[in-house]
Design a protein. Structure first.
Length: 256
C-alpha cells in the first residue's frame, strides 16, 4: 500500500460531527459515575470540572461560529456549580454546538485561533472532534485509575485528524517556549493501523519534512497511540521506536 504523508485530508465533516456526538456523550457517561473523581491527565480538574470545561468550550465554539467573530470566553455564561444541573446543561449545549457547526458550509469563513491561518468552519469541526475524543479518553482513564475498565482507544480517523492538528497548530508554539530544552532532529510517526505517516523537523520548529525523508527517530503505533503519545497520555513503551530515543524522554516538556 502507498504511504500517505503528512498533510493528509481530514475526514468528512459530517462523519466527524457524528463521532463528536458519540464521544461527547461517552465523556459525560464516564464523568457521571463519580463527579469528585480526579482526572490524572487533567490534574486541575475532577470529573465535574472536566465536564464544566468541555461544556464551556462547546458554548464558546457555538458563539464563535454563530457570530463568525472572535468571542471572549469570559463574556459567556459559566457552567453551573451544582453537579445536578451539569448533565442537562452539557447535553443542551452539545446539541446546539453540533447544530451550529453542522449548518453552514464547512469551507465558509469564520474566526479561529489557528496559527496556520485556517479560517474555515471546518477547522472548528476538527477542533471539536479532537477535543471531545481526547477528553472522553481522559474521563475513561480516570475510571480505570480506580480499578475500572481501561479507556477505549480513540477512533483512528479522529486520531489522525488530531495528529495533523497537533503538528500544524500546536507543536510550533510548544517548541518555541523558553522552558523547552533539548528536543532536536527529525521524527517520523508511522501509523500501523493505516498506511499513513508524518515527518517532523524539530530543528525547524516542528515543520513538515518531505515524504519518505530519512528521520533520526521513527515511532510506530496505531493512530490512537500516536496522538495519545503526542499529547503526553500514552507512554513511549507502548510504541515501537527505531533510532534515537532521547526525544521520547524529553517530550513530556510539551504540555498545552
Amino acid at each position: 500500500m502507498e504511504l500517505v504523508a503528512c498533510q493528509t485530508p481530514w475526514m468528512e465533516t459530517g462523519s466527524l460531527l457524528d463521532k463528536s456526538a458519540t464521544n461527547a456523550r461517552a465523556l459525560l457517561a464516564a464523568a457521571q459515575t463519580g463527579w469528585e473523581r480526579p482526572v490524572p491527565h487533567c490534574p486541575e480538574w475532577n470529573a465535574a470540572g472536566l465536564i464544566r470545561h468541555t461544556g464551556e468550550i462547546l458554548v464558546w465554539m457555538a458563539a464563535v461560529v454563530t457570530s463568525r467573530e472572535r468571542v471572549s470566553r469570559r463574556a459567556l455564561d459559566p457552567a453551573p456549580e451544582d453537579v445536578a444541573d451539569l448533565p442537562s446543561w452539557y447535553v443542551a449545549n452539545l446539541e446546539r454546538t453540533l447544530e451550529v457547526l453542522g449548518s453552514p458550509e464547512p469551507e465558509s469563513q469564520t474566526w479561529t485561533f489557528a496559527s496556520s491561518g485556517d479560517r474555515r468552519v471546518a477547522w472548528w469541526i476538527r477542533r471539536l472532534g479532537v477535543e471531545v475524543a481526547i477528553h472522553r479518553w481522559d474521563a475513561e482513564d480516570a475510571v480505570a485509575a480506580e480499578g475500572g475498565p481501561p479507556p477505549r482507544s480513540l477512533d483512528g480517523d479522529v486520531a489522525a485528524a488530531g495528529v495533523e492538528e497537533f503538528i500544524t497548530e500546536f507543536l510550533p508554539g510548544l517548541l518555541a517556549q523558553e522552558a523547552v530544552k533539548g528536543l532536536s532532529d527529525t521524527l517520523h510517526l508511522h501509523a500501523d493501523d493505516q498506511s499513513m505517516g508524518w515527518w517532523i523537523d524539530l530543528n525547524k520548529g516542528g515543520s513538515s519534512m518531505g515524504e519518505h525523508a530519512k528521520a533520526d527517530t521513527t515511532i510506530r503505533g496505531t493512530r490512537s497511540e500516536l496522538l495519545l503519545w503526542l499529547t503526553n497520555r500514552c507512554p513511549s513503551d507502548t510504541l515501537e521506536v527505531f533510532g534515537r530515543r532521547e526525544n521520547l524522554d524529553l517530550w513530556a516538556q510539551l504540555r498545552r
